[in-house]
Design a protein around this ligand. Structure first.
Ligand SMILES: [Zn+2]
Length: 93
């Protein structure tokens, strides 16, 4: 069996490395409550990665989560009209 870490690339490799370091949830797949969500005041998501998936609960009582990819430097508007923005997270201690 080849070591999967040897052959993994990109996000997959980062995830495997994070898991190897004891972080079971490297992508921090939690759902964020929106702030006011305007472009001038987006919901800021800290991330160690250049891009990541975030989930938006578009309606307070919604049972579905709207997942979308966020990339640093590109604030994204969800279908519900709220903005999310990816920013550098502090390095892991
Ligand atoms: Zn939304």
């Amino acid at each position: 069996m080849p070591d999967p870490l040897e052959h993994a690339t990109g996000l997959e490799r980062q995830e495997l490395l994070a898991k190897a370091a004891g972080n079971e949830d490297p992508f921090d797949m939690k759902v964020y409550k929106r702030t006011s969500g305007e472009l001038s005041n987006p919901t800021v998501i800290p991330s160690f990665y250049q891009s990541r998936i975030v989930g938006c609960i578009c309606q307070e009582d919604s049972t579905t989560i709207n997942w979308m990819w966020l990339t640093k430097g590109e604030p994204k508007r969800c279908e519900c009209g709220y903005f999310f923005k990816l920013e550098d997270a502090k390095p892991m201690a």
